[in-house]
Design a protein around this ligand. Structure first.
Ligand code: ADP
Length: 447
């Protein structure tokens, strides 16, 4: 059976609080009334027993009966063997002595006669039998008037019957409004959040400086929106940069073809093909880089990390260096990573060094206690200190015109950094101490 659960938190909280208060009040009322009646009736029984004892003693000794205790609600009857009342405390006169069917009714009639409200009378302690000095057997019996006690208990019960529901309803009402007040900021946040869509990512939730849970939630959500907005902004920039980069070679190819076709007889088609192939390569590399970056950005894609012999990857990629002389110094080291990504990282750094070096590239792989250290030095122009952070930005080139010809679009180092970081490492660039050009240093956690 499905559980019925009100959708509104306000209703739910109010119901729970009201039920809890109602239940607590009911239990408390029962306990109160119970202990009250126990105490009152217990006290009455005690005093009745004491009075019976006193009267019984007086009867036994043939002494006059003790005087009436004005505070007592108990009447003591002394009966003979036939059950006839022969004396009583308080004295009720002659008629009390005669014509009794039962003492209970006698006492009640007495009460009514004296103008007191009729009350239920009863024997609260066992009767005692004694014998007078003359040897007559007498029964001493206490008849207690419970009227006052019952009345006070009734009064308490009646007050509780009114007060408990009223209190419960009041607490429920208070909760209903208090919860509404507490939830109002949440509703405001919800409404604003509903209004913030992808296109209005600059808007923020209403923040109150209350420091309470809602305030904290709102500022956390706002910080999350900040991150989402800046992520979306970066993505837009990336897409526009990417399409700009794609348009340039496409436009160049088109112009080349149009010009050549306009002079189709005199055109050097072999040359045209070579240049088109260059542009084609650039496009291919660019789209490949974009794809890799996009994949790395997608955290959801589970990438297969495994133990990798980094020295083997580096040794393999060194063979692709065409122009410069490579001076390797490789220590075997195993890291945990994704092979194609690590290959890409090494290849991009070696590519760049090969491209910028005048003649020599130093490649070193070493280890310290916790890291594998991969450095590539070259004797080229190096990276100016003020650009050492920016070379890792997407589409950044130290000198746009210089690199455009060589095919770079400024994604190589961005990829290197992205890969290093996704492997828990980092990459930095400094000046090469030995060769004077650039030194790229990659630090990866080793196994
Ligand atoms: P690209 O894909 O165009 O090569 P990169 O991201 O690899 O772009 O490099 C970014 C910038 O850093 C480029 O302008 C490049 O000239 C410069 N750069 C990269 N490596 C070196 C190096 N070893 N020496 C000097 N400049 C470098």
């Amino acid at each position: 059976m499905p559980r019925v659960r009100p959708r509104s938190l306000r209703l739910r909280l109010t119901l729970v609080v009201t039920l809890a208060v109602g239940l607590a009040l009911t239990v408390a009322s029962f306990v109160l009334v119970n202990s009250m009646s126990n105490t009152l009736f217990g006290g009455m029984a005690e005093s009745a027993a004491a009075q019976v004892d006193k009267v019984a003693e007086a009867v036994e000794r043939g002494q006059p009966l003790p005087p009436e205790d004005p505070a007592s609600a108990t009447m003591i009857l002394v009966e003979d063997q036939a059950g006839k009342v022969v004396a009583s405390v308080p004295q009720t006169g002659q008629q009390a002595v005669e014509g009794r069917p039962v003492p209970v009714e006698r006492a009640r009639a007495t009460g009514a006669a004296e103008g007191r409200p009729p009350a239920e009378d009863f024997e609260i302690v066992p009767a005692r039998q004694v014998s007078t000095p003359q040897g007559e057997v007498r029964t001493v019996r206490a008849i207690s008037r419970s009227g006052q006690i019952t009345q006070s208990i009734d009064l308490v019960v009646n007050s509780l019957l009114v007060a408990a529901p009223v209190l419960t309803i009041f607490v429920g009402w208070l909760t209903w409004f208090a919860v509404d007040r507490a939830l109002r900021p949440i509703e405001a946040v919800r409404r604003r959040a509903e209004a913030i869509s992808h296109s209005t990512l600059d808007e923020r939730l209403p923040e109150q400086d209350t420091g309470d849970e809602v305030g904290k939630l709102t500022s956390t959500l706002n910080r999350m929106l900040d991150r989402i907005a800046s992520g979306a902004r970066r993505q837009r920039e990336f897409v526009s940069d990417a399409s700009h980069e794609l348009r340039t070679p496409l436009a160049a190819m088109r112009a080349e073809l149009e010009v050549s076709l306009a002079h189709r007889d005199s055109a050097d088609w072999r040359n045209v093909a070579t240049r088109l192939l260059d542009d084609h390569r650039r496009l291919e590399r660019l789209t490949g880089d974009l794809l890799t970056l996009a994949r790395l950005d997608e955290a959801a894609v589970s990438r297969r990390a495994e133990p990798v012999h980094l020295d083997e990857i580096v040794a393999g990629e060194i063979t692709a260096v065409r122009h410069a002389e490579v001076r390797p110094s490789l220590t075997p080291v195993v890291v945990t990573g994704v092979v194609p990504e690590l290959v890409r990282l090494v290849r991009n750094l070696l590519d760049n060094a090969d491209k910028h070096a005048s003649g020599v590239v130093e490649v070193s792989l070493s280890v310290d206690a916790r890291h594998a250290l991969f450095t590539v030095d070259d004797d080229g122009p190096g990276v100016p200190p003020d650009q050492r952070e920016r070379v890792f930005d997407r589409f950044f080139r130290v000198d746009g015109s210089r690199d455009r010809a060589s095919g770079g679009v400024g994604l190589g180092l961005a990829l290197v950094r992205r890969i290093a970081r996704s492997h828990g490492g980092e990459v930095t660039v400094t000046a090469s101490p030995s060769l004077g050009g650039a030194r790229f240093e990659v630090r990866l956690p080793r196994n």
